[in-house]
Design a protein around this ligand. Structure first.
Ligand code: ADP
Length: 563
C-alpha cells in the first residue's frame, strides 16, 4: 500500500516538476529571445550611427572583446561593399575571408537590412545575427551566440536531478504518512461485527456485504455441523468399518469399527491410508477403485476375515476420493469353505460305491461272472447301494439341521429314547458279544424326538463299531446341578488325542477302512454335534487308546424336567 502511494505521489511530483520546468523554460527562453533580438537590433542601429559618424575609429574605440551594456558576447563585423571584412571585434580583419557570398550580407546589401538564426553542428548553440547596409554601401553585422533549449536543459541537469531527489524523498515521507493514515482505520476494522465500524463512508457497501456473507457462512456452518453430527452418529454405531479417503489416499474420516480393524486411533485422520494399513492388498484395491470405479478384496485382520468394498466418489465428474466399507465375513467364509469341502467330500463318497456297483453290474451284464460267484457280486451291489442309502440319509439329516427346518420340539423322555436306540442295536452288539446296558433316571428335555433318537443311535452305533469283540457299552442318563447328562461309554479301541477334536468334522475318520468296513459314512458324529447344538447341549469326549471312549451330551438346566 505504502509503495503504491509512494509511486503515485512520486510520479505526480516528477511529472509536475518536469512539466513546470518545460513550460517555464519555454516561456523564459521565448521571452528572453524576443528581448535579446530587440536589443540586438537596437545595438546594431546604434553601432550603425557610430560607424556612419566615426568609421572604423568608432569600432576600434570599443574594448575587445566587445561588450554592449545589455548584450553579452556580441560580435560586430563591418564588411565592405565588395565583401571584404573591414573590421571585426573578435578576429583581425585581415585573417577573415571575403563575406560577399554570405546570405545575410547579400540580403542586407539588396534589402537594406537582414536577420536570421544559424545553428551549430551539435545544435547546442544558435547564432542570432542582424546586418544593416550603411549609407556608404558597407554592411555592419552584429551577431550573438546563444545556448539552445536543449543545451540549457543539459546545463540545468544537476539542479533538476537535485530537485527530483528532493521530490522523491518528500514523496516517500508523504506516502508513508498518507498510507499510515489511510491504512490505520482499515486495520482497526472489526470484521466480526462489520456493521459496527465507523471508518470511511465508502466502505459501507463492502462492510454490508461482509456482514451478509458472515450470516451466510454461519448458516452454512450450522448446517454443516448438523450434517457432520448426523454422519458421525450413523458411522459411530455402524458394525461395518467405514473409511473415507481423498483422491491421494489420505484418510478424511474413519469410524470406530474401522479403527478397530486397522488398529488405528482417531489421530490417523489426515494421514495416508498406507501408513495405517501397510499391506498392499487393500491399497491396491483402493487404486483399482480410483481407476475403475469399484473394487472388492478379502483380507484377514485381527484373525477375522473381512470383505472390503471400495467405491470411487465423484463430484461434478471429478474424482473426489474413495469410500471403503469393511464387512466381517469370517462366519460366511467359513461356511462357504465347509460347503465347498462338503460338496467335494460328498462327490468323493458317492463315487466310490457307485464305481463298485457299476463294475459289478457290468461284469454281470457281460456274463463274465461264474454262476457260483453271482451271489457274491450281487451282494457287493446290495452293500454298496445300502451304503449310498445311508449316506444320502445322513446328508439329508445334516442339510435339515443346517437349514434349521427341524420339526417342533416336544417333551422327550431321554431314558426311554436311549432304551429304544439300544434295543435297535442290540442284535448288532450281540453278533460281536458286546454287552449293552442302560441306566439312569426318567429325565425329560424339550427336544425333537427323532433327532435325539438319531443322536443316541449314532453314539451307541459307534461304541459298538469301534469296540473290541466281547466289549461293553454303558449308557447312562443322569441329572446334575447344571442339567441332564447322557453318557455313552465303551471299552473300544479309543481315539488318538490328536484326532479327538476332529472326529466331529464332516467325513473325518480316524481309520477310513475300518469305518467303511462297518458301513460308516464319516457323518455320524457331525450329525451328533449338530443335534446337540440344536438342543443347546454341550458335547464332551474322553478317550484313551486301547481302553475306550466316553462321549457325553450335557443338556442345560432349562431343558431339565423330571417326570
Ligand atoms: P463313521 O461313520 O466313520 O463312524 P463318525 O462321524 O460317526 O463316522 O465318526 C468319525 C470317526 O471317529 C470314526 O470314523 C472313528 O474313527 C472315530 N470314532 C467315533 N466314535 C468312536 C468310538 N466310540 N471309539 C473310537 N473311535 C470312534
Amino acid at each position: 500500500m505504502t509503495k503504491k502511494i509512494f509511486r503515485s505521489i512520486l510520479l505526480a511530483a516528477v511529472s509536475v516538476l518536469l512539466a513546470s520546468l518545460v513550460i517555464i523554460m519555454g516561456c523564459l527562453y521565448d521571452y528572453y529571445r524576443n528581448v535579446q533580438e530587440k536589443q540586438l537590433r537596437d545595438e546594431l542601429r546604434l553601432a550603425s550611427y557610430g560607424v556612419e559618424a566615426g568609421g572604423s575609429g568608432y569600432l576600434e574605440q570599443l574594448a575587445s572583446p566587445y561588450r554592449f551594456a545589455s548584450v553579452a558576447d556580441c560580435r560586430l563585423t563591418w564588411i565592405a561593399a565588395d565583401g571584404k571584412v573591414l573590421f571585426d571585434t573578435h578576429v583581425p580583419a585581415a585573417e577573415m575571408e571575403n563575406h560577399a557570398d554570405r546570405a545575410e550580407v547579400r540580403e542586407a546589401m539588396a534589402e537594406g537590412e537582414s536577420g536570421g538564426v544559424r545553428y551549430s553542428e551539435t545544435l547546442t548553440e544558435r547564432t542570432l545575427y542582424y546586418a544593416q547596409r550603411l549609407t556608404d554601401g558597407t554592411v555592419l553585422r552584429i551577431s550573438i551566440s546563444q545556448l539552445t533549449v536543449f543545451a540549457l536543459a543539459m546545463g540545468m541537469l544537476q539542479p533538476i536531478l537535485l530537485t527530483a531527489i528532493i521530490a522523491a524523498i518528500l514523496s516517500a515521507l508523504l506516502a508513508h504518512r498518507m498510507a499510515k493514515s489511510i491504512v490505520a482505520p482499515l486495520n482497526r476494522l472489526d470484521l466480526d461485527r462489520p456493521l459496527e465500524n465507523d471508518a470511511y463512508e465508502e466502505l459501507s457497501p463492502l462492510l454490508g456485504r461482509i456482514h451478509q456473507q458472515h450470516r451466510q457462512i454461519e448458516a452454512q456452518l450450522r448446517e454443516l455441523g448438523r450434517k457432520t453430527e448426523e454422519f458421525e452418529q450413523i458411522t459411530e454405531n455402524m458394525g461395518e468399518g467405514l473409511v473415507l479417503l481423498d483422491g491421494k489416499g489420505v484418510v478424511l474420516s474413519i469410524n470406530p469399527a474401522a479403527r478397530t480393524i486397522f488398529h488405528a486411533d482417531s489421530a490417523c485422520v489426515g494421514q495416508e491410508f498406507l501408513v495405517i494399513d501397510r499391506d498392499h492388498t487393500i491399497n491396491l484395491a483402493v487404486q483399482t477403485a480410483l481407476e475403475r470405479g469399484h473394487s472388492e478384496v478379502r483380507a484377514v485382520r485381527n484373525d477375522r476375515e473381512y470383505q472390503f468394498d471400495i467405491s470411487r466418489i465423484t463430484v461434478d465428474g471429478l474424482t473426489a476420493g474413495t469410500v471403503l466399507l469393511a464387512f466381517d465375513v469370517t462366519e460366511q467364509a467359513a461356511a462357504e469353505r465347509s460347503r465347498r469341502e462338503f460338496t467335494a467330500n460328498v462327490s468323493h463318497e458317492l463315487k466310490t460305491p457307485l464305481q463298485s456297483i457299476m463294475g459289478s453290474a457290468e461284469l454281470l451284464e457281460n456274463g463274465l461272472v461264474k454262476q457260483e460267484d453271482v451271489p457274491q457280486f450281487v451282494g457287493v451291489i446290495r452293500t454298496e447301494a445300502a451304503r449310498l442309502v445311508t449316506l444320502m440319509e445322513d446328508i439329508i439329516h445334516l442339510s435339515q439341521l443346517d437349514e434349521g427346518t427341524a420339526p417342533e420340539k416336544e417333551q422327550v423322555n431321554l431314558l426311554e429314547l436311549a432304551d429304544s436306540a439300544v434295543s435297535a442295536l442290540r442284535e448288532r452288539a450281540e453278533e460281536r458279544h458286546i454287552g449293552l446296558s442302560v441306566s439312569g433316571e426318567n429325565l425329560m428335555v424339550d427336544g425333537v424326538r427323532n433327532f435325539l433318537y438319531e443322536m443316541f443311535y449314532n453314539l451307541i452305533d459307534n461304541a459298538i463299531k469301534y469296540n473290541i469283540d466281547g466289549g461293553r457299552v454303558e449308557l447312562s442318563v443322569s441329572a446334575g446341578d447344571t442339567g441332564i447328562t447322557v453318557s455313552v461309554k465303551d471299552t473300544g479301541i479309543g481315539i488318538p488325542p490328536e484326532y479327538q477334536a476332529r472326529v466331529f468334522e464332516r467325513f473325518f475318520r480316524v481309520d477310513k477302512s475300518r469305518s467303511k468296513a462297518s458301513g460308516g459314512t464319516g457323518l455320524g458324529l457331525s450329525i451328533v454335534k449338530h443335534i446337540a447344538q440344536y438342543h443347546h447341549a454341550d458335547l464332551d469326549l474322553h478317550s484313551t487308546i486301547g481302553e475306550g471312549t466316553d462321549i457325553s451330551v450335557a443338556f442345560p438346566n432349562e431343558h431339565q424336567m423330571s417326570k
